[in-house]
Design a protein around this ligand. Structure first.
Ligand code: PEP
Length: 247
């Protein structure tokens, strides 16, 4: 059985001093952990965090990657650039990128392709809005989002990770129940199984107000292979409790 993966998404938070304190606290507490841990940090802090975690088992993650390889795309960072900083994971299609930067399923699929091409595991984020859930469209939405990535990435699809993040649960303190989350994860696993004989290798993470109190029950579900953690990843005690729940 593969070990679980807990990825922290710092979003646009941090400072040189705060990052150092947070990472040092995590390294001390993480020493015994048997699951994978990644920190998806803002791009300006990649070099700092790369150096801070160099002697630890924590992996470095980015929060986005350009859909382009290089050239006149001001403000963007390419997959090659991320790779130079030792990035192992990269979020693609986070709902905040889809919402505020109008990223389409097609763009997200290309971003996943760019990451895979340089050996970075894209964590493909999918999830429905509250209106879509209430309209009974959850399955339709997440399958459409994942289908674009499967279509664009063919046989490499077993190399991705997926994060199911119901938009209504992100940063709201409102978590999907373990049963609600498991039901969607099972749908995503079946979709991957139809695309690759290696679907069991794919980590399917749950994200959306995961915290120290609810992590264990969510992580105990059959198809929940880890967590994508926003707010709680900025608090070392909380993040370490989630990591402990994933053992
Ligand atoms: C996220 O940003 O991916 C996330 C899950 O945030 P939070 O844990 O704060 O809901």
């Amino acid at each position: 059985m593969k070990s679980k993966l807990i990825a922290g998404n710092w979003k646009m938070n941090g400072s040189l001093a705060a990052n150092q304190a947070l990472v040092e606290a995590l390294i001390v507490g993480f020493a015994q952990a048997r699951c994978g841990v990644a920190l998806c940090v803002p791009a300006p802090y990649l070099a700092q965090v790369q150096s801070l975690i160099a002697e630890s088992r924590i992996d470095l993650g980015a929060q986005d990657v350009s859909e382009h390889v290089s050239g006149a795309f001001t403000g963007e960072a390419s997959a090659d650039m991320l790779r130079e900083f030792g990035v192992r994971y990269c979020l693609v299609g986070h709902s905040e990128r889809r919402q505020y930067h109008t990223e389409t399923d097609a763009v997200v699929a290309v971003k996943a392709q760019r990451a895979l091409a340089v050996g970075i595991t894209p964590i493909v984020c999918v999830g429905e809005t509250l209106a879509q859930r209430e309209a009974g469209e959850t399955e339709l939405v997440v399958k459409r989002q994942l289908a674009a990535v499967i279509h664009a990435n063919g046989h490499c699809i077993s190399e991705i990770a997926v994060a199911y993040e119901p938009v209504w649960a992100i940063g709201t303190g409102r978590t999907a129940s373990p049963a609600q989350a498991q039901a969607v994860h099972a749908v995503l696993r079946a979709q991957l199984q139809a695309a690759t004989p290696h679907a069991d290798r794919v980590h399917i993470l749950y994200g959306g107000s995961m915290n120290a109190a609810n992590a264990a029950e969510l992580l105990a579900q059959a198809d929940i292979d880890g967590g994508l953690v926003g707010g709680a990843s900025l608090k070392p005690v909380d993040f370490l409790s989630i990591i402990a729940a994933a053992q």
